[in-house]
Design a protein around this ligand. Structure first.
Ligand SMILES: Cc1cc2nc3c(=O)[nH]c(=O)nc-3n(C[C@H](O)[C@H](O)[C@H](O)COP(=O)(O)OP(=O)(O)OC[C@H]3O[C@@H](n4cnc5c(N)ncnc54)[C@H](O)[C@@H]3O)c2cc1C
Length: 430
């Protein structure tokens, strides 16, 4: 049997089971191996990656939903590098760009913070001087308050004095893409935390990092390969029905909130009820095929969005991917989507035609992810990572600074293992 003498700890490797191989479970598994655990990773689906994974359609490597990362996702980028991913090659880095096809909106120049933000505000089209001064004043106040807000405050309350043009061209697109909720329903505390990390988090933090590959190739496939090389067991198609058989060793519960609630109902009812009480919001991605070449300056375009034009962003997959089959393919993203598949698809095609000038565009595939993100509302109570002795949980919904994001999922995976490892070190000392 493998021994931890090799890792310099001086005891027999202890076993750890991770249930769920989304980005949180994979991060937990990789970190646990790095910490000297013997890991078994169990995944219900035939493939790993959870909500951020490849979906093949007519031979094209599309995704379960278009994703975007930002430069502030430090732990995610670190995890990618740890398993051998070249992040510069796999991600297209560009300064934050919320410009619409009509040129209105904010685009940060490639300058260091805070000069990039100041210059972007000064140069933004579609805002008058009063709008710009008001935004500058708010941003300064948030910074002086260390980006803190009361837990029960919404983003709409936080920004109630901001002019309508700033709300529609900046706050609304940022809020809905980061928290998957409109400002009236989104937590100001979590919004400000994302703003702090992105806008005041050092060089490159606010950059958009857009995947140039499908999401499985971006990290999950490489993570599984790394785990196999380092002696971990990864089983797909293994739907854990009950934890009874697994709790002889420590367990990291890395499935989504509703499934974690089911599995813990008879073990820790209070924790289970808290996980069960979370509500979720949807994201729809409409993959569109244009019958003409796209000549966009940037691979991403912000869109004017309202009840009849639901997509907030469009991505030029042809520009992003080296695969020639992706030429003319767009991913149009409807965050906080509320309508059915057909209505959303038709409305997005209308946007492709009238906002992007793609008269002959047709829908390739519409992916509706009904439980894309937990609703990060003011005062939301998120379950803790600690469930009980020998059982910890991770996932984007676990109590932490981030909304439902890849970085939130990865950070919680690392934290869960750290909790167990500290406990184990305590046992070894005793
Ligand atoms: C359409 C869409 C767009 C998004 N866009 C972005 C974005 O742009 N940027 C961003 O940062 N985030 C984005 N997100 C959020 C991000 O994808 C999630 O926060 C993240 O993937 C959650 O990872 P997780 O590991 O916590 O959960 P999951 O991905 O849900 O993983 C849980 C895993 O557990 C498995 N499982 C469930 N039950 C069991 C069981 N009983 N036994 C074994 N296995 C089980 C599941 O099959 C799954 O693989 C988006 C999400 C969606 C859906």
């Amino acid at each position: 049997m493998a021994r931890l003498e090799d890792a310099g700890i001086g005891t027999v490797l202890k076993k750890l089971t991770v249930v769920g191989a989304g980005w949180a479970g994979l991060a937990a598994a990789v970190h646990a191996v790095q910490q000297g655990w013997q890991v078994r990773l169990l995944e219900a689906a035939p493939q790993v990656g959870g909500r951020a994974r490849r979906v093949m359609h007519q031979g094209l490597p599309l995704d379960n939903g278009q994703h975007i990362l930002i430069g502030a996702y430090r732990e995610t980028l670190q995890m990618m590098r740890a398993v051998g991913i070249d992040t510069d090659q796999h991600l297209w880095r560009l300064p934050l760009n919320l410009r619409r096809p009509d040129g209105r909106g904010l685009q940060l120049p490639a300058w260091p913070a805070p000069w990039n933000m100041l210059a972007a505000i000064m140069l933004a089209k579609g805002w008058g001087w009063r709008d710009k001064l008001s935004l500058g004043g708010h941003a300064l106040r948030w910074r002086l308050n260390h980006f803190q807000a009361p837990p029960d405050m919404s983003v709409a309350m936080l920004c109630r004095d901001l002019p309508a043009a700033v709300m529609s061209l900046l706050i609304e697109p940022l809020c809905v893409s980061a928290l998957n909720l409109p400002p009236a329903q989104a937590s100001a505390q979590v919004f400000l935390r994302v703003m702090q990390d992105a806008l005041a988090g050092g060089a490159g933090s606010s950059d958009m990092l857009i995947p140039r590959t499908d999401l499985s190739s971006l990290w999950p496939d490489a993570a599984v390969h790394w785990l196999a090389q380092h002696g971990a067991d990864v089983e797909t198609g293994c739907h854990v029905q009950s934890l009874d058989a697994w709790l002889t060793d420590p367990v990291v519960l890395a499935c989504p909130a509703w499934e974690a609630a089911r599995l813990t109902a008879g073990i820790e009812p209070t924790w289970s009820a808290q996980a069960h009480a979370l509500t979720h919001t949807a994201i729809t991605t409409v993959y569109v095929k244009a019958n003409q070449p796209l000549d966009w300056q940037s691979p991403v375009m912000a869109l004017h969005s309202d009840a009849h034009a639901p997509a907030q962003f469009a991505f030029d997959k042809g520009q992003l991917s080296p695969n020639p089959e992706m030429q003319g393919v767009l991913a149009m993203v409807v965050s906080a989507s509320t309508h059915d598949r057909q209505t959303t698809t038709e409305a997005v095609l209308w946007q492709a035609k009238h906002q992007l000038g793609l008269g002959q565009a047709s829908a390739l595939l519409t992916v509706v992810e009904k439980r894309a993100a937990f609703a990060c509302e003011p005062g939301v109570r998120r379950p803790s990572a600690w469930v009980r002795q020998g059982l910890v949980a991770c996932g984007d919904y676990i109590d932490g600074p981030y909304p439902a994001t890849l970085e939130g999922a990865v950070q919680s995976g690392l934290h869960a293992v750290t909790l167990l490892s500290h406990k184990r070190m305590g046992e070894n000392k005793a």
